[in-house]
Design a protein around this ligand. Structure first.
Ligand SMILES: [Zn+2]
Length: 253
């Protein structure tokens, strides 16, 4: 059987037996792949070090259809993304992106999701410190959107009318987006005004809104949305991210 080659991001790994590891990659060519990496723990030097979470490179593996576990032949690391390990907030954002992908991705190619994950990790590593919360949120929203669950911000999900510049609506989780004031009299979601709507729209498109405010409320919103629409149980890494996110991330320029 010939091995396959594909660009891949290492998301997680755990030890298996005395010398091996089971590694979970998100790959461009095959989606989520779990591979057995035999003998890698006995290996000294650089080769073993590059098998670290959030590394990107070229995975060579023997992939059998209808199997859950495959066999790694080689991983040629191109980007270690070591910067993610040096800052707890960057690391927490990357962990949340990784857990979200692991929780819902399947063993089938999804290039848009692959790009969303790679872009999120690259940006989390390099972005200015003040923009790390926005980068983490944008990463979560773009991955959620790639899964096919983007919320509708405008027009209103109730009546279809465009939300006015000044109007405060509510985010209705079950309805999948924002409702105008008239439609949201019995909605229980968080109130969301024009500024928060603009910030949320930018984040869903993968943009970094200048001077993001209320990062914790934004994180609560994406966490609730993901728990409602994408995964069945809350993701631990989202709580971790909330625990390390600065209380007021208002990064006025
Ligand atoms: Zn409405």
């Amino acid at each position: 059987m010939a091995p396959v080659n594909t660009p891949a991001v290492l998301l997680r790994g755990h030890d298996y037996g005395d010398t091996s590891r089971i590694l979970r990659f998100y790959t461009e060519g095959h989606g989520l792949l779990s591979v057995m990496a035999k003998g890698v723990r006995g290996r000294a030097g650089k080769g073993a070090a590059t098998l670290a979470s959030f590394s990107s490179g070229e995975l060579t593996a023997f992939v059998r259809s209808h199997r859950d576990l495959h066999t790694m032949k080689d991983f040629a690391c191109e980007r270690m993304r070591e910067g993610l390990g040096r800052d707890v907030l960057r690391f927490a954002g990357a962990s949340a992106a990784a857990e979200l992908v692991l929780s819902h991705a399947e063993q089938e190619p999804h290039p848009v999701l692959f790009d969303a994950l790679e872009s999120a990790l690259d940006r989390l590593e390099r972005v200015d410190p003040a923009d790390i919360p926005a980068a983490a949120l944008a990463g979560l929203w773009t991955i959620t959107k790639a899964f096919g669950f983007a919320p509708q911000i405008d027009p209103c999900v109730g009546c279809g009318e465009t939300l006015t510049e000044s109007g405060v609506g509510r985010f209705d989780l079950a309805a999948g987006g924002v409702k105008c004031a008239a439609c949201s009299t019995d909605a229980i979601g968080p109130r969301i005004g024009p500024r928060a709507r603009a910030q949320l729209s930018a984040l869903i498109q993968g943009g970094l809104p200048p001077s993001l405010t209320h990062a914790h409320q934004h994180l609560g919103l994406v966490s609730d949305f993901v728990a409602y629409h994408v995964v069945s149980k809350p993701l631990k890494s989202l709580r971790f991210l909330g625990g390390v996110m600065p209380e007021d991330a208002d990064a006025a320029p």
